[in-house]
Design a protein around this ligand. Structure first.
Ligand code: MG
Length: 374
């Protein structure tokens, strides 16, 4: 590991002091706590773009998180960063996501408008800090500062102020003072983007909502599609798609390694702490940044706003709105252990956010007698 990697021995520690583990570093221990959490297991039935019940071929939040961990560790190893911390942050980064992906987050935020709002990054932190209840002495998983800092990748100012009041100089301080998180956290953020851009292209084509012809208009895809066909004339179908995406992923990984090496050499941070005072040091090159943005714009216009996805989105919003109203109106519908987790509205949001897609659908049917998803 390089000097600017996060070192478990120099961790800022846990909120509740614990004796060190005999065989594992503090970051390995955090990773293990994530893997054994119930929120992590539920990621298998949560989706981002496609609903879990639309088919077994599509990414779920769990496979997405594994892909982010793979990309992150692969880049992090080349850059001499701490792989255990990268893995922990990657596996935990989506724990706070609602059922039905972004549709769920938006509708829950709207429902919670008068009650402090809902942000999925903040919710991921809430899962590991409060909602997991598996230890005798504390709520949450009692993760290290570095893992929690990486999990809270965005945060609105008003929420940062609330966290800062509870935990002065803690994980929210950088949103108020403008600092950066560890390099491992910066890397996970970028690996997340690389992963979802690539797998949404893959799922988009395999679902039939996107075509390779359409994708040829996107420079980043076009480049590797043409390269693949030049090396393998006549290749088509699944192999062409997979090879194009494989090349696109590899080039993005190499680009991040090369661009970040240059920035790290220029900035030469003396240690992991010094990283926090610099501009972000884990970056794409300007060309790849622009190309990645363009792919993202394409996916927004053609996949996330596709009429079929939109239809699903509307029904998903209805399910969550109805559930929120039902729980708000009758607290007895919530499981007893959710009653004490803050305000009643917050308990409703916590309960709904923790649901898998299919549980939300079933619960909606049970409470309303209406069947929105067949
Ligand atoms: Mg993600």
């Amino acid at each position: 590991m390089r000097v600017y990697a996060s070192h478990p021995e120099r961790s800022r520690g846990r909120r509740h002091a614990e004796a060190p583990a005999p065989t594992r570093s503090e970051f390995q221990r955090d990773r293990d706590r994530i893997v054994h959490s119930s929120a992590f297991r539920r990621l298998v039935y949560k989706t981002q773009v496609f609903l879990n019940h639309e088919g077994d071929l599509f990414r779920t939040r769990l496979t997405h998180s594994l892909e982010v961990a793979q990309l992150g560790r692969s880049i992090g190893r080349s850059l001499g960063l701490n792989e255990d911390l990268i893995e922990t942050i990657a596996l935990a980064h989506d724990l706070g996501h609602t059922p039905f992906g972004h549709a769920g987050q938006d509708v829950l935020n709207a429902c919670m408008k008068e009650h402090g709002g809902f942000e999925h990054n903040l919710q991921s932190l809430r899962v590991v800090d409060v909602l997991e209840q598996r230890y005798p002495r504390f709520d949450g998983l009692n993760l290290t500062f570095e893992s929690r800092e990486g999990i809270l990748k965005h945060c609105a100012r008003k929420n940062a102020e609330l966290i800062e009041a509870r935990e002065p100089g803690g994980v929210a301080q950088r949103f108020l003072s403008g600092g950066q998180p560890s390099l491992e956290a910066q890397l996970c953020n970028l690996a997340d983007e690389v992963a979802y851009n690539a797998h949404d292209v893959d799922d988009g084509v395999r679902s039939g909502l996107l075509t390779l012809e359409q994708l040829e208009t996107v420079p980043l895809v076009q480049r590797y599609l043409r390269e693949t066909l030049a090396d393998h004339p006549g290749l088509g179908g699944k192999r062409l798609l997979c090879e194009t995406i494989r090349r696109m992923l590899s080039q993005q990984v190499y680009d991040i390694i090369d661009a970040s090496e240059v920035l790290l050499a220029e900035a030469a941070p003396a240690d992991a702490e010094a990283v926090r005072g610099h501009a972000p040091l884990i970056r794409f090159s300007p060309d790849m940044r622009a190309a990645s943005h363009e792919l993202k714009r394409f996916l927004f216009a053609n996949l996330y706003r596709h009429p079929q996805v939109k239809g699903m989105r509307e029904r998903a919003e209805e399910v969550l709105r109805d559930l929120f109203q039902a729980y708000m109106a009758d607290a007895r519908l919530l499981p007893p252990d959710f009653a004490g987790a803050g305000s009643h509205a917050r308990a409703c949001a916590d309960y709904i956010a923790g649901m898998t897609d299919r549980f939300a659908i079933r619960e909606h049917e049970r409470l309303t007698g209406r069947k929105l998803f067949v």
